[in-house]
Design a binder for this molecule. Sequence first.
Ligand SMILES: Nc1ncnc2c1ncn2[C@@H]1O[C@H](COP(=O)(O)OP(=O)(O)OP(=O)(O)O)[C@@H](O)[C@H]1O
Ligand SMILES: [Mg+2]
Length: 271
Amino acid sequence: MHEVTIDNVSYAYGSHQVLRDITLTAEAGDFICLLGPSGCGKSTLLRLLAGLSLPTSGSITLDGAAISGPGLDRGVVFQDYSLFPWMTAGQNIVLALEQAFPGKSRGEYREAAVGYLELVGLGGASEKLPGQMSGGMRQRAAIARAFAINSPVLLMDEPFGALDAITRAKLQDLLLQLWQQKEGERKTVFFVTHDVEEAILLANRIVVLGLNPGTIKGVFEVDLPRPRIRQELYLRDSFLGLRDRLVTLLHENILSELDEGRIVRSEGDSI
Ligand SMILES: Nc1ncnc2c1ncn2[C@@H]1O[C@H](COP(=O)(O)OP(=O)(O)OP(=O)(O)O)[C@@H](O)[C@H]1O
Ligand SMILES: [Mg+2]
């Protein structure tokens, strides 16, 4: 079991109400993608799931136990996720492995760390410090680190947002491959993205959040067969139909904000 229950959760930064009445259950092995306009509270919700902040009201539980802080049962890859800058990519992963699986030899940790780096195409970068790597490489190392601890829950905040299209596609496939491996051992994933097609490719369920305050605007089941092959998916009517519905809902969100004067359209803006 790795069931995550978000029950009537609200969150405010001081007087700024960001999330309101979010209720959502992720069953064990669910792959949930969160979509929504910038500032609607997606990262905030992930921080709550990670235990980095606590809800202002409502509760979040993992297999019935309240989430009260960070834990090795939840691997995180965040938008601004940084590795420890004084450690090489390899050392960062060794440290995570030591914490998650104590009692192994130094050599075993090193070997495993290189294996995870190879998985994300960084086999040769194990000795590099984060400062010596590109943004995309750092992000891939952070993903390798999350995979390495093999936690039952994965929290990913736009993990592929800064990557080039080819690396992004490779990592999407890798993530799906890792997630699909064994049906009974699937990780429960919360994945934030701005990319509607990425959400459909990956998710079981897509949750669209609105803005001011962040409430759930819609929940969409994605019942496209797996494994999902990108080229085949793009030809399916059900894919195209869902993409249209999601894009429309996201635009409605933005347009209603414009109508209410919350977003000021500046000259040259195109929405
Ligand atoms: N530490 C903070 N203190 C005060 N306000 C914050 C803080 N972090 C975020 N906010 C505000 O909370 C709201 C939601 O922010 P959040 O980062 O969760 O949005 P998001 O949906 O992840 O946006 P994006 O798509 O741009 O990443 C924003 O209005 C933001 O300004
Ligand atoms: Mg964010």
